[in-house]
Write a protein that binds this ligand. Structure first.
Ligand SMILES: [Zn+2]
Length: 237
């Protein structure tokens, strides 16, 4: 009987490789990169997570090559048009873009709509920039709020409120330095609040364990027992 697969991460240089690990009664360890870019590992029952992480790190170059190969077949995510009627997400909810001509430029949430007032409603680049700015401003408030809430879980570690940086990153939701500086990707505020909490709890755990060791996962499981569910959901955003 195979045990259910669990999610882990390994570090390859600055790249984080997520992988699912499943134990089985096979004798050798197998690493598969799937066409959807997920990495699956099947390992003999006695293998420790650290051993698997080392294997993954040794195979890092090959995994990145596989990713590149499969990436070329993936459908491109739909490009944003920044026109009225288009759907944009904010904290897990969908809002319709409504662009109106106005002398004063402004972005506001009203009911189910995300209103953009702008002098030239056809200036899509400007609308894109205004929206990015709006998301970024809200990200800071939301992150401060969620960090404060989640810090309560870490009371016994006496964590201080980390120095927070909001910055767009190509392939990461968050990161954390050894000095305790946390960087969060403003994109994640489009996802449900629990997904945001997952990223924050993950980075707060890194303030205690600066790697993806089994101690790190033990702590993360304790602080957010169902984190895998929210991580998977976040992947879809
Ligand atoms: Zn991490």
């Amino acid at each position: 009987m195979n045990s259910p697969a669990k999610l882990y991460q390994a570090d390859y240089g600055t790249t984080i490789i997520d992988f699912s690990l499943q134990y089985s009664d096979r004798k050798t360890l197998g690493i598969t990169v799937n066409p959807d870019l997920t990495v699956s590992v099947t390992a003999p029952t006695k293998t420790s997570v650290e051993e698997v992480q080392t294997k993954i790190e040794n195979k890092g170059r090959w995994i990145l090559k596989q990713w590149e190969f499969f990436e070329s077949f993936l459908p491109q995510t739909p490009k944003r048009e920044y026109v009225s009627g288009e759907t944009h997400n904010y904290i897990g909810k969908q809002y319709r873009l409504k662009i109106t001509k106005a002398r004063k430029q402004d972005v506001k949430l009203k009911g189910r709509f995300l209103h953009v007032s702008i002098q030239n409603p056809n200036d899509r680049l400007k609308i894109k920039l205004l929206l990015a700015q709006w998301y970024r401003n809200h990200a800071l408030d939301i992150f401060n709020w969620r960090i404060e809430q989640n810090l309560d879980l870490f009371q016994k570690y006496k964590l201080e409120f980390p120095k927070l940086i909001v910055r767009r990153m190509e392939k990461r939701w968050g990161s954390c330095t050894a000095e305790g500086k946390v960087t969060l990707n403003p994109e994640i505020i489009k996802a449900p609040v629990k997904c945001i909490d997952y990223v924050i709890v993950h980075e707060l755990c890194h303030l205690i364990h600066h790697n993806h060791s089994s101690e790190f996962y033990k702590l993360q499981n304790k602080m957010m027992p169902n984190w895998e569910k929210w991580k998977n959901k976040l992947e879809l955003f």
